[in-house]
Write a protein that binds this ligand. Structure first.
Ligand code: DAH
Length: 357
């Protein structure tokens, strides 16, 4: 038994990688290993012999197993050290000259849609990404108990105990900018607000941070017909086509009455996403006539002014226009993906020069 011990502990010490170590394990303590064979011999021994040999064999097996485990851990550490050594990178070195960077499809889509709405007389408004729950919910006619709060999978900001400032959230949509713009600019008003929004959600078409563009038009005689025209013109211009198949679906949002969701015809064949054909529909926006309570929350007289609003998913527009099937790749910062789907920084999208040439 001492011979066995010496032999296998020696082999374990000499093993230089996990494969070699596994071979030693099989030969020593595997099902058909030498220790197992010895254990089988216990049956042929006298009870007295067995009383000595049995515990000794078990102790030997334990000793070999712990030597194997220790060596395995040591090999793992050494492999990690080696990787850390070989993948070491001096981030203080100057960058290598490269042709140029590229514009991310979301930035590109934002520039394109801004150019289109600018042409229709909308100016760009902004608001904070961390906002109070009053702007994100209450002012938009979503009171505290409203189910829409739960549906939105809101990220709440941490508050220390005893801190009684109003609760803040990562904005779940760009709609709070409607309120801020009304407060700042009054009516009549025509704004869009592109920007990042946040919800706890993750799959092929949802990421915890994504992008919307909010739109708001207020004046003294605006109707649903104006909304429909603006959206149809926008979608045609954005996709650079003569006509698109849109589906206006009656829906409900607390901040609009009536409300409509709009889907665009598409297909998902073999993981290829195509717009304008097929039997699938992808929801790209919510819209409606602004609720009088929302107009009043913005400090404007709802008896005098009414208007429409919409919230469009920018990332989804980019997926459809550029045939990108997985939203999550937008946020992976994979250089190969960026080079493939990115745009030249010198081609600024304009309606006269072409949006995405
Ligand atoms: N805020 C809605 C959302 O994120 C989208 C939306 C729907 C915006 C209707 C609007 C609107 O302005 O009128 O789901």
């Amino acid at each position: 038994m001492d011979d066995l011990k010496e032999k296998y502990l020696g082999q374990i010490a000499e093993a230089t990688d996990e494969n070699a170590l596994e071979a030693v394990r099989l030969a020593a303590v595997g099902k058909k290993g030498e220790v197992a064979l010895k254990m089988r011999e216990l049956g042929k021994m006298t009870p007295e012999e067995r009383q000595v040999a049995g515990p000794a064999l078990n102790a030997l097996k334990d000793e070999i197993n712990s030597a194997l485990a220790a060596k395995k851990a040591a090999l793992g550490d050494a492999a990690l050290d080696e990787r850390l050594r070989s993948e070491w990178l001096d981030v203080t070195l100057p960058t290598r000259p490269r042709g140029q960077g590229s514009i991310h499809p979301i930035s590109q889509a934002s520039e394109e849609l801004t150019a289109i709405f600018a042409e229709m007389g909308f100016s760009v408004a902004e608001g904070p990404r961390v906002d109070t729950d009053w702007y994100n919910f209450d002012a938009l006619n979503i009171p505290g108990h409203h189910p829409a709060r739960a549906e939105m999978d809101t990220f709440y900001m941490h508050r220390a105990e005893g801190d009684d400032r109003p609760p803040h959230v990562l904005r779940t949509h760009t709609s709070p900018v409607q309120i801020r713009s009304m407060e700042k600019m009054g009516a009549p008003l025509r704004i869009i607000c592109p920007g990042g929004v946040y919800r706890a959600d993750y799959d092929q078409t949802h990421t915890p941070m994504f992008h919307q563009v909010e739109g708001l038009a207020l004046d003294e005689n605006i109707s649903m017909a104006n909304l429909k025209w603006v959206l149809e013109e926008f979608v045609k211009s954005f996709f650079e086509v003569e006509s698109v198949d849109l589906r206006f679906r009656a829906s409900h949002f607390p901040f609009t009455e009536p409300s409509a969701e709009v889907d665009i015809r598409c297909s998902w064949d073999n993981g290829q996403l195509k717009i304008g054909e097929g039997d699938d529909w992808m929801e790209i926006l919510g819209s409606g006539m602004v609720h009088p309570k929302v107009i009043a929350a913005g400090g404007i007289d709802p008896e005098k002014y009414q208007g429409f609003a919409f919230g469009i998913g920018i990332d989804r527009l980019a997926m459809l226009k550029y045939g990108i099937p997985d939203l999550r790749a937008f946020f992976d910062s994979d250089l190969r993906w960026l080079r493939h789907y990115g745009f030249s920084c010198l081609d600024v999208p304009t309606l006269h020069g072409g949006l995405s040439r």
